[in-house]
Design a protein around this ligand. Structure first.
Ligand SMILES: C[S@@+](CC[C@H](N)C(=O)[O-])C[C@H]1O[C@@H](n2cnc3c(N)ncnc32)[C@H](O)[C@@H]1O
Ligand code: SF4
Length: 397
């Protein structure tokens, strides 16, 4: 199974400038892993390198395993519609981007569905005009509609979520979603040829669950026709009742905060996954040349695949670096460290500068709280996707 860094050579071959921007982000993250942890009286902006922007609470799908809108997700219906009234105007984002320009962080735009943010094109143009690397994670259902403009604007990278081949995908992501995504890829590829461009770099992201793990190889074969550059297998963010209760209690005690978002990942889609079988499937995928790069997050030793799904209390990555080099902007402008859990806002970009927030009292309180936890991660973060990407690999895993 390959590591995150293997993306860089793939980008080198595609676009030198993009490879350099990505490598710069990775380098800062690796450096943060080795660095002493700082708290007050330190400019945390020195190491800042990755910003997530959850642009909207709205989405046109309702995928079963989604922590926001799935079986146990909370960002649905009337609640999501009301929350959408508070989205950040693009002018406010631009001010923040100006403030961060000197750091040239990597941007990762997501949601909800980012194509439902009304000024997405203006935002991406602005980010890229500042020399930052910009990636967009979308469900792909609106790609066909916007393909011409996307290619014209030379978007850097798009990650499209596809969880399986045809029916299994639609069981997870809703009827008709597979075909819509395929039409989206076709439209992007047509436009790239028409406009003579090799951008955007296109990737597929697959979230592994007990519904799709047996059919991952079928999807890998189908992706050959999509002319993609990269396929990422995301082993998934999961929790259970016991871990959720522990996490909730810890946050209440240390940060005085009620946690509810994590509950969205308490779905049971991690259950009954045969680790040995999944490993065999991933092994086949990684040893086959489909004409694109395949990466699994987190990359695990074969005999540990079972534990990832069956023993949610066993850490496979720890020492979360997120509070020392990354942040997520929630759709309402709240700055949080964790992209998936927005209940502990550090401040809001509609009211304060990003730097003030990132170096502020609430941010440092969070940094202390996480540092005091065993292994440098909160109880509920043992299967957090962000930590699986950037946490420290525990020996043997
Ligand atoms: C929440 S979505 C937002 C962007 C967009 N709507 C999409 O589906 O790509 C971001 C990514 O999280 C993935 N995802 C959904 N449920 C997940 C889970 N339980 N664990 C990890 N990732 C998950 C989605 O498949 C998608 O690739
Ligand atoms: S498309 Fe994305 S945000 Fe929407 S429900 Fe699916 S995973 Fe969640």
């Amino acid at each position: 199974m390959k590591f995150n860094m293997s993306v860089v050579p793939m980008l080198l071959h595609k676009n030198l400038g993009l490879a350099f921007k990505m490598a710069r982000g990775f380098f800062k993250m690796e450096r943060t892993k080795l660095m002493k942890r700082h708290f007050e009286n330190y400019d945390h902006m020195k190491n800042f390198c990755l910003i997530y922007m959850k642009l909207t609470p709205l989405c046109n799908l309702r995928c079963v395993m989604c922590g926001q809108r799935g079986d146990k997700g909370v960002l649905k219906g009337e609640f999501a519609a009301n929350e959408a009234k508070s989205i950040v105007p693009v002018e406010t984002y631009k001010k923040m981007i100006d403030e961060l320009a000197e750091k040239k962080p990597v941007y990762y735009l997501w949601g909800g569905e980012p194509f439902l943010y009304p000024d997405l094109f203006e935002l991406v143009r602005y980010i890229q005009s500042k020399g930052s690397f910009c990636s967009i994670n979308t469900n792909g259902t609106l790609l066909e509609k916007y393909a011409e403009q996307i290619v014209k604007d030379k978007w850097n990278v798009i990650f499209v979520s596809l969880d399986a081949f045809k029916d299994v995908n639609d069981e997870m992501r809703g009827p008709g979603s597979y075909d819509r995504v395929i039409k989206g890829f076709e439209a992007i590829n047509r436009e790239k040829k028409k406009q003579g461009s090799n951008l955007p770099v296109m990737g597929v992201v697959t979230t592994v669950t007990n519904k799709n793990y047996k059919s991952l190889a079928d999807l890998a074969v189908a992706c050959k026709d999509l002319e993609i550059d990269l396929h990422m297998y995301n082993l998934g963010t999961y929790t259970n009742d016991e871990i959720f209760a522990k996490h909730k209690a810890y946050f209440k005690e240390k940060l005085g905060t009620d946690i509810y978002c994590l509950e969205g990942y308490n779905t049971g889609y991690n259950e009954n996954i045969d680790g040995a079988e999944l490993h065999k499937i991933l092994d086949t995928i990684h040893s086959t040349n489909y004409g694109y790069l395949s990466i699994t997050v987190p990359a695990l030793n074969p005999e540990k695949t079972h534990e990832y799904y069956a023993k949610l209390d066993v850490p496979v990555r720890n020492h979360c670096i997120v509070p020392w080099c990354q942040a997520n902007i929630n759709y309402n402008g709240d700055v949080c460290f964790c992209a998936d859990y927005s209940e502990y806002p550090l401040g809001n970009i509609k009211e304060q500068s990003f730097k003030e927030i990132y170096n502020g009292e609430r941010a440092n309180k969070f940094r202390h709280a996480i540092s005091e936890c065993e292994g440098g991660i909160f109880p509920g973060c043992l299967r957090c996707y962000q930590n699986m990407l950037f946490g420290k690999k525990i020996k043997g895993y």
